[in-house]
Design a binder for this molecule. Sequence first.
Ligand code: SF4
Length: 227
Amino acid sequence: MSTKRSRPPCSPPARQLQRAIARCLADSFAEGDAPVNRLMTLQRNVPFAVLVSALLSARTRDQVTIPVATALLDVAPDPSALRAMSPAALESIIRPCGFYRDKARHLLALAHRLQSDFEDRVPDRIEDLLSLPGIGRKTANLVLSLGYGQPAISVDIHVHRISNRLGLVETQRPEQTEQALQRVLPRRTWSFWNPWLVALGQRICLPRQPRCDACPVKKYCEKKLGR
Ligand code: SF4
């Protein structure tokens, strides 16, 4: 007889399972020793800090992003200070990040768009955020959830990988995962899942060799790939 669990979204057992997973992930996140914890401390729920650090973090590890974003936000804590920087000065600060020339170009264009279209305020609507240079759904949802406390799920490679390993969703690509998670998770919890899953992905549920023995949700995980 098959031991496969029935799927969310609405069956009571699936809801109970989600709640149990959520509690374990929240407790694990509260330990606070993942790079994403340090990044969120830097962002301080400030939309501009979330936006800048998220843009810098594309294809760059958090261990590299954190000191670079700290240095940049020290000299450019708002759009007008960022606009005042020369391309060379900006590039010299963000050089450790991957694709730093593209990112410098996007950051300066971003600072000008915020001035011309949004009165130097980071917008709080997904359509407006997606219209900004260099900003995709992952970053836009991060600004909404971490910067503005709105219900939004930012899907990066960790969120995509672990959501599938846990059996919360069955998707092939990260672009499909956001909508799939929205269907199965309570809206009031959406903004928590990115930090929870990113922290787990950085410390335990690694891409190639997940450390299942140390995993706080191992008893709920469908696959337990490391076993
Ligand atoms: S049990 Fe293993 S595969 Fe499942 S979430 Fe934990 S680390 Fe990842």
